[in-house]
Design a protein around this ligand. Structure first.
Ligand SMILES: NC(=O)c1ccc[n+]([C@@H]2O[C@H](COP(=O)([O-])OP(=O)(O)OC[C@H]3O[C@@H](n4cnc5c(N)ncnc54)[C@H](O)[C@@H]3O)[C@@H](O)[C@H]2O)c1
Length: 274
């Protein structure tokens, strides 16, 4: 829980965005609506200035120009390519970096680079809960000893367009839920970079990329994105199912995701934060 009471004694948190797609646009609107709560959206990096039309935010196309606005925190909501291109530079410039495209950390060399940049600059790499829940419990349970963690992600067939699932299934005609991937969180995140960020987030919070098991399912019986977590260990068992509404702008993305980013940001401003 994060209270609405903000800490008025600390300076305004200057936030910059990378990406103004389905997630970035909601974050931009929310930050602007909360300007009285100690947060300020200083600018956004996009591939084209036109992406920012009507967003009320200064749009830049060069990272150096974004960093010149002196953000305290840069929120990436653009994709794996943007993290590879800009992640370490953002941290080295002295900003905290909140990554929405968490699946990029399935590349262990990149993860090491980002951690080294964060360490050298004394900044933090932050990951939001995204479309998932229960990560607080699971991180506590991990300390007690976790033995097994599985994630099953079900999305409507068309949400798996433009992914390797297209070569495995006829997405337009399947009539029953069909598992097309079963393997490690690392492979899920690597093969399905736009769909399996949750697998990476869960893995980082629990048994790691190689021991966390993932199933991906094309399910014509559902509308939104369903994530089911099963975990067991010394602390007990968890079974959790989320029936997420899909973003109206991107069926691969859950509507809650930008709000999970906002929760992370606003918790830095709150007097009471859990
Ligand atoms: N952590 C989670 O739980 C979670 C959940 C859903 C989506 N995601 C991830 O979040 C990211 C954004 O998702 P989305 O639904 O907003 O996608 P989107 O496709 O709607 O928007 C991405 C935007 O980023 C822009 N972009 C791409 N490369 C860029 C670059 N180098 N510099 C600046 N802008 C760039 C694109 O032009 C586009 O406007 C994706 O990587 C997605 O996989 C994470």
């Amino acid at each position: 829980m994060t209270t609405n009471t903000t800490n008025s004694n600390s300076p305004t948190l200057r936030v910059a965005l990378i990406g103004l797609g389905a997630i970035g646009r909601v974050i931009a609107q929310e930050l602007q609506a909360r300007a009285s709560e100690g947060v300020c959206l200083v600018g956004a990096l996009a591939q084209h200035v036109a992406e920012g039309e009507g967003q009320g935010v200064q749009v830049l196309t060069e990272l150096a120009d974004l960093l010149a606005l002196k953000p305290d925190l840069v929120v990436e909501a653009a994709g794996h390519g943007a993290v590879k291109a800009h992640g370490a530079a953002v941290l080295r410039a002295g900003c905290d970096l909140l990554l929405v495209s968490v699946g990029v950390l399935s590349d262990s060399a990149l993860q090491a680079d980002l951690e080294a940049a964060a360490e050298a600059a004394g900044r933090q790499l932050l990951l939001p809960s995204g479309a998932l829940a229960g990560l607080d419990y699971l991180q506590a349970a991990r300390m007690a000893g976790l033995e097994r963690v599985c994630l099953r992600s079900r999305k409507p067939p068309l949400a798996w367009r433009d992914t390797p699932a297209e070569a495995l299934l006829d997405l337009a005609s399947i009539k029953t839920p069909t598992v097309f991937f079963s393997g490690s969180a690392r492979d899920a995140a690597r093969l399905y970079p736009k769909n399996a960020n949750v697998a990476a987030t869960l893995a980082i919070c629990t048994l790691g990329m190689d021991a966390t098991q993932v199933e991906l399912v094309a399910d014509p019986t559902i509308q939104g994105n369903v994530h089911e977590i099963e975990a067991s260990g010394a602390a007990g068992e968890m079974r959790l199912q989320l029936n997420n509404t899909a973003s109206k702008d991107n069926p691969k993305t859950s509507m809650v995701t930008p709000y999970s980013v906002m929760r992370s940001i606003m918790s830095r401003r709150a007097r009471v934060s859990v």
